[in-house]
Structures are given as C-alpha cells and as structure tokens.
Ligand binder design. Structure first.
Ligand code: ADP
Length: 188
C-alpha cells in the first residue's frame, strides 16, 4: 500500500516545490529520477540498490560498469531502463562509524550531489530513499534531519529549479516517522 501525504511546500520562483512523504517502494515511483543508495563500486548490492537493479533490468548494471565507481558523498546519473523513472541517480552515503568520522558532512554532500544533477537535467520530480539508513547503519532520526534540511537548502538556493515534487520514500513506519518529525520541525 502506498500512502501519500503532502506535508510541506517551499515557495520557489516561478513554482512551488512540494515535499511529499511516501510509505512505499521507490522502484514503483513515476518520477523523472529515483535515487539509489549505492556503494562505491556502483555494481549493485542489497537493500534498495538490489531492488532498483532487479526492477531496472540488466541494462542498468551494464551502464554502471562504465562509470568507474563513485566517491562517498557524490552521485552519478544513469538511465532508468525498465523502471517507470527516466533516470537513476546513484548516490553514495557514508557508513556510520559512530558519528565523529565526518558522516554528517558526507551524507549532506551526497544529497547535494543529487540535487545538482536534478537541476542540471531540469528534472521536475525526484524520489529519494533514506540514504545510509539500512546496511550502512546511519541513525534514522539524524539522517532524516540531514536529508530534509539539505533538500530544502538545495531547492531554495537554486533560483531556477524545475523541481515541483521531491518525494521522500520511506520503506517502513520507523523511517516514515523520522521524516515526518524532521519535516514538521523545519516548519516552525
Ligand atoms: P545503505 O547501504 O545506504 O544503508 P540500504 O539499501 O541498505 O542502503 O538502505 C537504505 C534505506 O532504503 C533503508 O531505509 C531501507 O529500508 C530502504 N529501502 C530498502 N528497499 C527499499 C525500496 N525498495 N524502496 C525504498 N526504500 C527502500
């Protein structure tokens, strides 16, 4: 079941960018790009990465092989192949090592790289998973704060954003609750 809840909107020129919270599967989202929580090799893995590669088909791995990997805190673009999304943005978040190893900066940097690519390609809609919050172990509440804060800053700082919809796709209730809190906190 997919539950959509419009929770926030940022007034940008010339249009509004709407932030939506969704409980569901990112591979099903009909958007310009879905974001993958990838690893440095970009050659696939478990979690959301595995789900995206399975849904996109073998063309995705073939293209990823040409990219030469991706540094932590960066992102690279491919086509979406059999996905409903036109593109996949492969972002590499940090592995959680206790919080004093630059993790917050690296996570924010991964989100910034995603928004740079979205702006470059003049995307109107993107869907983001909770990068680093699965196997990489980033505490969800802290990660959600960074995701929301960075996404808002990226949208606001771009004078010519085409983004009308930013979907935070939460795979379970815990992730959903963390994003809901983060989105509401920022409104005050
Ligand atoms: P990482 O290695 O960056 O931690 P994971 O894929 O292990 O990446 O987890 C990142 C987040 O993606 C987790 O919150 C996980 O629950 C979520 N996730 C896993 N599969 C999907 C999916 N199909 N759609 C959306 N989110 C997903």
């Amino acid at each position: 079941m997919i539950y959509t809840n419009n929770v926030d909107a940022i007034n940008t020129r010339p249009k509004m960018t709407q932030f939506q919270l969704i409980l569901g599967d990112i591979t099903k989202q009909v958007v310009d790009a879905i974001v993958n929580a990838a690893n440095n090799s970009l050659l696939g893995g478990g979690g959301v990465d595995g789900a995206i590669h399975r849904a996109a088909g073998p063309g995705l791995l073939k293209e990823c092989r040409q990219l030469g990997g991706c540094e932590t805190g960066s992102a690279k673009l491919t086509a979406g192949y059999q996905l409903p999304a036109r593109y996949v943005i492969h972002a590499v978040g940090p592995i959680w090592r206790g919080g004093n190893q630059g993790e917050a900066k690296q996570l924010a940097s991964a989100y910034q790289a995603v928004f740079r690519l979205a702006h470059e390609k003049q995307m109107q809609s993107i869907a983001l998973p909770a990068i680093s919050c699965g196997v990489y172990g980033y505490p969800i509440n802290q990660a959600a704060e960074i995701a929301v804060k960075t996404a808002r800053a990226c949208v606001l700082s771009s004078t010519q954003t085409c983004l009308q919809a930013v979907l935070f796709v939460c795979f379970n209730d815990e992730v959903y609750a963390a994003y809901n809190t983060a989105l509401n906190r920022g409104k005050k």
